[in-house]
Design a protein around this ligand. Structure first.
Ligand SMILES: Cc1ncc(COP(=O)(O)O)c(C=O)c1O
Length: 491
C-alpha cells in the first residue's frame, strides 16, 4: 500500500479553524502501489470512506486533480476519473470556479454513543474524596519556564533511550532536596525515578517476589489499590492494626513469614496520625534484626502545618528502608513522577526488573522537574500550597466548632485531608446523605482492610465512625461552598 498524505488546498484567506479541512489540513489515504483500475477504485473507496466517517466534512474543498495526483504519485486522469465517479454518485460536487467539494447533503456520521453516561450527569457538585491535591493551583507558568530552560539546556542524549534509574540531573537535585527537606539519606546513585508511587510499589513487589518473599504486612487502613498491586505480584498481604499511635509495628515480629512492611509513617493514610517514636524504632530494629525491608510511603510529607514534619524513617536505617516520594500531592498526579531511595543491596535487582518493561519515565518532564526544584520554584510552590491548605484546615476547624460541635477532627495538622470523627453509628448515613446532596465523601470504613475487623474493639477495625474529608481537593474558589455543603450534612 502506498501510504500518502494529500493536502486539500483551501481557498486563499479561508480560515483554518472555521472551515472544515482548511489549508494545510492533511488527508491520509491508503492506496495500493501500481496503477490502473485498482488505484482508481481504491482512491474512490478511500475518498468515500473519508466522507462517510467525517474526516472530510461537507463543503470541504478537495485538492485539484493535478495536485492530488502529484501528492499520491499517480496519474492525473486517475484522480479526475475518481472525482467524476464520486460526483456522479452524489458524494462530491464540481462547479466551475469553485473546484471539487464534498457535497453539502452528505449526512455526517452520527457521533458514537458514549460508552459510559456523560461525566457531567453523574459528577458530584463537590468531590471531597481524598487522592488529589488542588490541581487548579498547578504552577503552570513557573513549570513552563522551567520546561523551556530545561529543554534549552538538555544534552542530546536526553532525547535518546535513557537509563531505567532516570535522568542523572533529577537524581542529583532530589538527593539534595530530600536530605534537606525530609532527612533522607539519598546519594544520587541510589535514587530511582518512577511513574508514581504505584509504579514504584509494583516494581518493589516484583523484586521481593523474585527473591522468594511471599508476604507483605500492610496497615489495616489504607488504599486497596496498593494492596492489589502487592497481590498482583503474587504477595499475600497481612494487616497490622492501626490505632491512634499509628500502625502497631511490634506485631510484625509475630509474622514469621513476613520480611516486608508497607507504612505511611509521617501521616498514616487515611487515619492521619504519625507513627510514634517507639514504633518507628521498633520497625527499624525488626528490619535490621531479620533482614527485613520497610517500604516508606511519604505521600504528603511536605505538608505539616503545626510544626516541622517528622523526618523520614529512612534516615534511621537506609539499608533497610526504601523511601518513596511522589509529585502527585505536591504538584499534580498527572505528572506521574515519583522517586525511590533504594538500599544498595536492592539496586541491581530493582533496575533489572524496571529495565524489562517500565524502563523510564519521560525524560523531558524529569529534566523540567529537576530545573523546577533547582531553581527554587518547587520550594516556593510547596510553601504557597502549605499556606493554602493550612488556611483551609483552620477554616474547617472553626466551622466544625461553630456548626457541628459533636464532630471532632482527629489526626495531626498535616496533609490534604482530615478525619472527622462522627457520633457512633452515623458514618454510613452521613455518607449516603452527602451523596444525595451532590457531595462525594468517603467514610473511614472505605479504607479498612476487611480481615482486620476486631469485634472486641470500638468501631470497625478499632477506629471510630468518621469521614475522610479532602479539604485539599477543591479549587480555591469552591472551597467555601464545599465547606458549607459539608456542614449541612454533618450531624
Ligand atoms: C497513601 C498514598 N500513597 C501514595 C499516593 C501517591 O500515588 P501516586 O504517586 O502513584 O500518584 C497517594 C495518592 O493519592 C496516596 O494517597
Amino acid at each position: 500500500m502506498a501510504d500518502s498524505w494529500a493536502t486539500p488546498r483551501g481557498e486563499p484567506g479561508q480560515r483554518r479553524a472555521g472551515g472544515p479541512a482548511g489549508p494545510g489540513a492533511d488527508l491520509h489515504l491508503d492506496l495500493p502501489r501500481g496503477g490502473g483500475t485498482g488505484v482508481r477504485a481504491a482512491l474512490i473507496r478511500a475518498l468515500r470512506d473519508a466522507v462517510r466517517t467525517g474526516r472530510l466534512a461537507p463543503g470541504t474543498r478537495l485538492p485539484s486533480s493535478r495536485s492530488l495526483a502529484a501528492d499520491l504519485g499517480i496519474a492525473r486522469n486517475t484522480v479526475a476519473d475518481a472525482y467524476g465517479e464520486l460526483v456522479a454518485e452524489g458524494w462530491l460536487t464540481a462547479r466551475q470556479g469553485s473546484g471539487t467539494r464534498v457535497a453539502r447533503r452528505v449526512v455526517p456520521p452520527e457521533p458514537a454513543p458514549p460508552r459510559t453516561p456523560p461525566l457531567a450527569a453523574s459528577r458530584p457538585a463537590y468531590d471531597l474524596r481524598p487522592g488529589s491535591p488542588d490541581v487548579s493551583a498547578f504552577p503552570r507558568s513557573a513549570w513552563l519556564s522551567a520546561a523551556r530552560r530545561a529543554l534549552t539546556a538538555a544534552p542530546n542524549d536526553a532525547f535518546d533511550y535513557g537509563r531505567p534509574a532516570g535522568r542523572p540531573e533529577l537524581r542529583r537535585v532530589l538527593s539534595d532536596y530530600l536530605a534537606r527537606a525530609r532527612g533522607v539519606r539519598a546519594a544520587p546513585e541510589r535514587i530511582v525515578i518512577c511513574a508514581g508511587f504505584v509504579q514504584g510499589l509494583a516494581l518493589l513487589s516484583r523484586v521481593r517476589a523474585k527473591a522468594g518473599h511471599r508476604e507483605v504486612a500492610v496497615e489495616s487502613y489504607g488504599l486497596d489499590i496498593h494492596w492489589n498491586v502487592l497481590r498482583g505480584a503474587g504477595l499475600r498481604t497481612v494487616p497490622l492494626p492501626v490505632d491512634r499511635q499509628g500502625a502497631r509495628t511490634a506485631e510484625v515480629d509475630r509474622l514469621p513469614g513476613t520480611r516486608t512492611v508497607l507504612l505511611t509513617p509521617a501521616h498514616q493514610f487515611p487515619t492521619g496520625v504519625p507513627l510514634v517514636a517507639d514504633r518507628r524504632a521498633a520497625v527499624v530494629d525488626w528490619a535490621s534484626r531479620v533482614g527485613g525491608l520497610v517500604l516508606e510511603d511519604d505521600y504528603d510529607g511536605e505538608f505539616r502545618y503545626d510544626r516541622q514534619p517528622v523526618g523520614a524513617l529512612q534516615g534511621l536505617d537506609p539499608e533497610h528502608v526504601v523511601y518513596l516520594g511522589t509529585a502527585s500531592k505536591s504538584l499534580a498526579p498527572a505528572l506521574r513522577l515519583a522517586w525511590m531511595v533504594v538500599p544498595d543491596h536492592l539496586m541491581d535487582d530493582l533496575l533489572a526488573v524496571k529495565g524489562t518493561g517500565e524502563w523510564q519515565s519521560g525524560a523531558l518532564d524529569q529534566l523540567t522537574l529537576a530545573e523546577f526544584i533547582d531553581s527554587g520554584a518547587y520550594d516556593r510552590h510547596v510553601r504557597g500550597m502549605r499556606m493554602r491548605y493550612r488556611r483551609r484546615r483552620d477554616q474547617l476547624v472553626a466551622a466544625l466548632a461553630a456548626r457541628a460541635p459533636e464532630v471532632r477532627i482527629t489526626g495531626i495538622a498535616a496533609g490534604l485531608h482530615a478525619v472527622l470523627e462522627l457520633p457512633p453509628g452515623t458514618e454510613w448515613s452521613v455518607v449516603r446523605g452527602a451523596a444525595w446532596q451532590g457531595l462525594a465523601l468517603e467514610g473511614l470504613a472505605r479504607y479498612r482492610y476487611r480481615e482486620a475487623e476486631r469485634p472486641d474493639e470500638p468501631g470497625p477495625g478499632g477506629q471510630p465512625d468518621a469521614l475522610v474529608f479532602a479539604y485539599g481537593a477543591p479549587p480555591e474558589h469552591a472551597f467555601p461552598g464545599a465547606l458549607e455543603a459539608l456542614c449541612r450534612v454533618l450531624p
